[in-house]
Design a protein around this ligand. Structure first.
Ligand code: S3P
Length: 448
């Protein structure tokens, strides 16, 4: 474990691409594995989380190989074609990899043991066990439905109609992926729509999927089971959740101009950009286009004068479209003029860390006034640079680590995080890319 430190930068400038989308990368590998034939994936995120998914699939008989940087080939085994792995699957830090795979394995008739790092072993898996047990799988987990756990897949799965208790793309995707090898129709009814990359990717590979919007904002997704999926090439867009870090850094350092190309702009992911624009941020979106069924665009972020962002209320309805972006939004709010209230954040307590607590602790250490009020986070900005000058614990949470490094880039004094390695889960060479824009992120006691 090695620390990183960031200190105040003069204006940031550059024209970059964000790393590949993590959510889409996991799905391209998994759904490619369920297809017949060879799928080529370009722009795959080569972060630690996605590599764990690739390794898990390889351990179950799927041919997964890197052709060149960012280009991977998957030899699909067809729906229901995975083979029993010889040893425990270690999903590392990846909640998405673990939960989506649990879904796929629910309808493969063998037993798989799964584990993860300390962070993943704290996270609730009962939310996946519950629906897949209804489909006929068995899950044996530690107390609280946590990992390590074993999934015994159903030999004769039954389709279900499932209404997840929270808007979670991971729960929805696990049920749909379990539905792939289930006869009949598997339905998920979401209270509020969550990211729909699984639906788009399943359709891309030829699955039959019906999607109906309810008048109450709910969404009903019905998958017809046991389709013949055919291999398709996939181009993975840049991850909006990763673009958020250089983007917000540019907004917070006056005079900066940073363009990030090919950023995924799926409306169910782009809540942060809308929120920042509501706060008065100068963000322009150009060259909007569709790539592999997903909207993408080029985003330019321009840093304004200190205090030019305004505090606002962010309603709970926006949470599913920016669920991973609250740590970096809270950092932006710390530089704003006025109070930002972010509502509906209960799910942040069960991410890679308890993010509500981690954000509040880190901001307080950096001299920012903030409070947790039930499921809301309140950050008070005074239009000035926050003091910074703190050591923040990353808590095995890549987004906490990157958020506080961004705070250090724009604060009065440097900010240190105790563990920079966790960033590799989603953003390999984050420090190198930021330094290329003019930031100064260094290893504690060395160079980045
Ligand atoms: C993800 C869904 C989100 C998000 C996670 C990735 C996905 O989790 O926090 O980083 O790829 O489906 P929930 O769907 O559980 O909110």
């Amino acid at each position: 474990m090695s620390g990183l430190s960031s200190r105040s930068a003069r204006n940031l400038a550059g024209d970059i691409r964000a790393p590949g989308d993590k959510s889409i990368s996991h799905r391209a590998l998994m759904i490619g594995a369920m297809a017949v034939g060879e799928t080529t994936i370009s722009g795959l995120l080569e972060g630690e989380d996605v590599r764990r998914t690739a390794a898990a699939l390889a351990a179950m008989g799927v041919g997964v190989s890197q052709q060149e940087s960012g280009v991977w080939r998957v030899q699909g085994v067809g729906v229901g074609g995975l083979a029993e792995p010889a040893s425990v699957l270690d999903m590392g830090n990846s909640g998405t990899g673990a939960r989506l795979l649990m879904g796929m394995l629910a309808t493969h008739p063998f037993t798989v043991h799964m584990t993860g790092d300390e962070s993943l072993c704290r996270r609730p898996m009962g939310r996946i066990a519950e629906p897949i047990e209804r489909m006929g799988a068995q899950v044996i987990a530690r107390d609280g439905g946590r990992m390590p756990l074993a999934v015994r897949g159903a030999a004769d799965p039954v389709p279900i109609i499932y209404q997840p208790p929270v808007a979670s793309a991971q729960i929805k995707s696990a049920v749909l992926l379990a539905g792939l090898n289930t006869p009949g129709q598997t339905t998920v009814i979401e209270p509020r729509p969550s990211r729909d990359h699984t639906e788009l990717m399943l359709r891309h590979f030829g699955a039959e999927l019906e999607i109906d919007e309810g008048s109450d904002g709910s969404r009903r997704i019905t998958l017809t089971g046991q389709p013949e999926l055919s291999a398709r090439d996939v181009t993975v867009p840049g991850d909006p959740s990763s673009a958020a870090f250089p983007g917000v850094a540019a907004l917070l350092v006056p005079g900066s101009v940073v363009t990030i190309r090919g950023v995924g702009l799926n409306p169910l992911r782009a809540g942060l950009f809308a929120t920042l624009i509501d706060m008065g941020a100068d963000i322009t979106i150009g060259a909007q286009r569709i790539e592999a069924g997903e909207p993408v665009g080029d985003l330019t972020f321009r840093g304004g004068a200190p205090g030019s962002l305004r505090g606002i209320d962010v309603p709970a309805s926006r949470a599913p479209s920016m669920i991973d972006e609250y740590p970096i939004l809270a950092v932006a709010a710390a530089f704003a003029t006025g109070t930002t209230r972010m509502h509906g954040l209960a799910e942040l307590r069960v991410k890679e860390s308890d993010r509500l607590a981690a954000i509040a602790r880190g901001l307080s250490l950096c001299g920012v006034k903030c409070a947790i009020e039930q499921d809301s986070l309140v950050v008070e900005g005074n239009g000035q640079k926050p003091p910074g000058g703190a050591l923040v614990a990353a808590e095995l949470d890549h987004r906490i680590a990157m958020s506080f490094l961004v705070l250090g880039i724009a604060a009065e004094r440097p900010v240190e995080i105790d563990d920079g390695e966790t960033i590799d889960t989603s953003f390999p060479d984050f420090a190198g890319l930021m330094n290329g824009l003019g930031a100064s992120i260094t290893e504690v006691g060395g160079n980045a």
